[in-house]
Ligand binder design. Structure first.
Ligand SMILES: [Zn+2]
Length: 136
């Protein structure tokens, strides 16, 4: 029993170290402390908001700590030139994304449309949009 437990915990520790080493060396910004807020230290005895967060919420909080204020690319973006050759690129992790176009500066409604990867689409106002891969 003890041997099995020791073997299991050694395997988990090995995977964790390898994962963190890979993440730390992948570049693209400062290294992220994946244990931030989870373990007690001299300054903290109880987990804070970051320590209690899991899943997508934790990803968002860690990204904001690393300096990325818009980890899901949800902020409003200015349209690019918007022609067929130079469409406005919309980053996405998925094969399709719902996009809203404010066609005129003083418009009171938003034109919503689905963009699919590999299929540039033209809004009613004439601007072209295209889905691109989200840079991590
Ligand atoms: Zn439009």
């Amino acid at each position: 029993m003890a041997t099995t437990l020791l073997r299991t915990s050694a395997g988990v520790l090995r995977r964790t170290v390898a994962f963190n080493a890979a993440r730390a060396s992948s570049g693209g910004g400062p290294p992220i402390d994946h244990q931030a807020g989870k373990v007690a230290s001299d300054k903290v005895s109880m987990p804070d908001t970051l320590g209690h967060a899991v899943g997508i919420e934790r990803y968002e909080l860690l990204a904001k700590l690393a300096g990325n204020e818009d980890p899901f690319e949800m902020n409003v973006k200015k349209r690019a030139k918007g022609t067929v050759d130079e469409p406005t690129l919309i980053p996405s992790l998925y094969e399709k994304r719902l996009v809203g176009c404010i066609c005129e500066e003083d418009a009171v409604s938003i034109n919503w449309m689905y963009l699919h990867k590999g299929e540039p689409k033209r809004c009613e106002c004439g601007y072209w949009f295209k889905l691109s891969d989200l840079q991590q």
